[in-house]
Design a protein around this ligand. Structure first.
Ligand SMILES: *[C@@H]1O[C@H](CO)[C@@H](O)[C@H](O)[C@H]1NC(C)=O
Ligand SMILES: *[C@@H]1O[C@H](CO)[C@@H](O)[C@H](O)[C@H]1NC(C)=O
Ligand SMILES: *[C@@H]1O[C@H](CO)[C@@H](O)[C@H](O)[C@H]1NC(C)=O
Length: 295
């Protein structure tokens, strides 16, 4: 009880002149007698705001009448010469104040060539995003999302805007025994097509084109689907015991040649009656059988 020794353990009723009044002493004595907690009549931690922050370090309690000052958070500004402050009221609540700072705005971004920019938040203020997309046939070079971020004392886009680069393809691959259209060109446009075909063969069997003949430039130096193969595909004569060919007669059976079988009288067919010469020179599905009896 070093009573009036300047240890301000309880709040003064009249902060203007706390130690000059006898009524203060009375209140103090009453408070001491009642052994009230030291935080009685005080305000707690300062209120938090989205756009403003406390100047200085916060304390856990404040005396009635005590003022606190705010400033705009980074990324925010206030346009008026207005002191952002509030004070602790007598009933231990903070005098309510409104958010007073506004989001700063990032500089206007230009429309990209061959693409567009979308302000997904409908604004270019602090915290908002700009999304870039390129037109069909163009590749985005750079980052596609820019953020309006704090930068020093101001706000700034997080990156420089990307560019939309025209998609081009180098010629598709050369293939053995084959060639493709426009092979003299050294670049192809997006969606441009080439058609492969097989060269005439020097030997007795022609080359078959296995795969897709048309390829399209579908991305930067990207052709789809994969290029075809030109190779000799030769299936053996599809001999069928107790049966015969019903269609697809020929001497040579090349890629995709199709034959149909039938069985002799008194035999029935087990398997597929139609088979096709596949890319690896075998019949697909395999040659059927003619089995004695009736189905
Ligand atoms: C405190 O006092 C103020 C002004 O006298 C009043 O507006 C506010 O509602 C009071 N708060 C409480 C919690 O009593
Ligand atoms: C902006 O929009 C994006 C995408 O809708 C969202 O994730 C983000 O929270 C928004 N930012 C603000 C500050 O509203
Ligand atoms: C910008 O802000 C975004 C969202 O808060 C964050 O993810 C990104 O890292 C920041 N970029 C820079 C360059 O500060």
């Amino acid at each position: 009880m070093t009573a009036f020794g300047g240890t301000r353990t309880t709040p003064p009723r009249r902060p203007e002149s706390p130690f000059s009044s006898w009524s203060f002493v009375g209140v103090l004595l009453v408070a001491l007698v009642l052994q009230l907690p030291t935080s009685f009549g005080r305000c707690g931690e300062p209120p938090l705001y989205q756009s403003m922050q406390l100047k200085g370090t916060p304390k856990s309690s404040y005396l009635p009448g005590e003022k606190i000052f705010y400033e705009c958070k980074p990324g925010y500004y206030y346009s008026f010469n207005y002191v952002l402050k509030t004070f602790c009221e007598k009933n231990s609540t903070w005098f309510p104040v409104d958010e007073a700072c506004y989001k700063k705005t990032c500089p206007q971004l230009g429309e990209p060539l061959n693409g567009e920019v979308v302000y997904v938040n409908g604004t270019t203020t602090f915290g908002s995003q700009a999304h870039y997309v390129c037109n069909e046939g163009y590749n985005l070079i750079g980052v596609d999302i820019l953020y309006c971020n704090v930068s020093g004392n101001n706000v700034e886009w997080s990156d420089s805007p990307p560019q939309c680069e025209k998609i081009l393809c180098q010629p598709p691959p050369q293939i053995a025994n084959g060639e493709f259209t426009n092979s003299h060109k050294d670049t192809f446009e997006y969606n441009e097509e080439v058609t492969y075909r097989c060269k005439p063969s020097d030997g007795p069997d022609e080359y078959s084109l296995v795969g897709e003949s048309k390829l399209v430039c579908s991305g930067r130096n990207q052709w789809s689907p994969d290029p075809p193969e030109c190779k000799v595909v030769k299936c053996e004569y599809p001999a069928l015991e107790n049966g015969r060919l019903a269609s697809g007669f020929g001497k040579k059976f090349q890629y995709k040649s199709e034959v149909t079988f039938e069985c002799l009288e008194g035999f029935y067919l087990e398997g597929s009656s139609t088979i096709v010469c596949g890319a690896d020179s075998t019949w697909e599905p395999k040659i059927p059988k003619c089995i004695k009896g009736f189905y």
